[in-house]
Design a protein around this ligand. Structure first.
Ligand code: 13P
Length: 259
């Protein structure tokens, strides 16, 4: 249970067609009319950002891009810039998802540039971190996440931290049906917060929301969100199902101490 307002992100990844995206966005907007104590952010595929942002316009649902270039506008074929993300009505940017780190080989140095570009453009950045299964089995979880936090936040000033959310997503838990136990996840979240405190200060670290991601479903959400340093979730598969997504958002609302 946290004192921070919980946040639930729906990462649609490379799923939906235009009509599905619109229907899903409409159902989330409708659902959030009845839930006021959770911040909800949707991350649709970039080609549908404008459409989904216009559906969410005027509601409490925020929209974000799953990725953007570290470069400003220019000759970068196939890329989208943070300025474009902002321009189509988005307020958020996902950086460092494991499918980009490990599937597409994005380095901490690149992710640091993307994160800074996003913050400089006035976007709220959700930074994803997490260890792979071999790293976990070799007892390197702590070292990996601490290194990711330190490298990815390099050069980010304290004033910019209000635009940052961190999502701890153990790579082995993503899309696998396996989840970190609430206690294991809490241990990593506390370590992440401690790392942010060591880079900045305790007060700033206390204010940063740290979400858990990796096979979060309606039946495990409440136990995860009950942990002190787990401030909500970044949801993949279950965010494509309006009923499951709603149940997870409701679980986050119930976990909030002061909402
Ligand atoms: P799943 O919820 O499908 O495991 O995906 C998690 C995730 O990668 C969210 O970014």
């Amino acid at each position: 249970m946290s004192e921070r307002t919980p946040c639930i992100g729906g990462n649609w990844k490379m799923n939906t067609r235009s009509a599905d995206a619109a229907a899903l966005a409409n159902s989330v907007v409708e659902m959030t009319d009845r839930i006021s104590n959770v911040d909800v952010v949707l991350f649709p595929p970039s080609i549908y950002l404008q459409e989904v942002a216009s559906i969410a316009s005027g509601s409490s649902v925020a929209i974000g891009a799953q990725d953007a270039s570290e470069h400003p506008d220019g000759a970068w074929t196939g890329q989208i810039s943070v300025g474009m993300v902002h321009d189509v009505g988005c307020s958020h940017l996902l950086v460092g998802h494991s499918e980009r780190r490990h599937g597409l080989g994005e380095s901490d140095q690149l992710l640091n540039s993307k994160l800074r570009a996003g913050l400089d453009a006035g976007l709220q950045v959700m930074l994803c971190i997490g260890e792979t299964l071999p790293q976990r089995e070799a007892d390197k979880t702590a070292a990996v996440v601490v290194e990711q936090v330190k490298s990815d936040l390099l050069g980010v000033p304290r004033e910019a931290l209000s635009g940052l959310t961190i999502a701890y997503e153990p790579v082995w838990a993503i899309g696998s049906g396996l989840t970190a136990s609430p206690e294991d996840a809490q241990e990593v979240h506390a370590l992440v917060r401690q790392t942010v405190a060591s880079l900045y200060d305790v007060e700033s670290a206390h204010a940063v929301r740290i979400l858990y991601g990796g096979s979060v479903k309606p039946d495990n959400a409440a136990d995860l969100f009950a942990q002190e340093d787990i401030d909500g979730g970044l949801i993949g598969g279950a965010s494509l199902d309006p009923g499951q997504f709603q149940a997870i958002v409701e679980a986050a609302g119930q976990s909030c101490r002061q909402c």
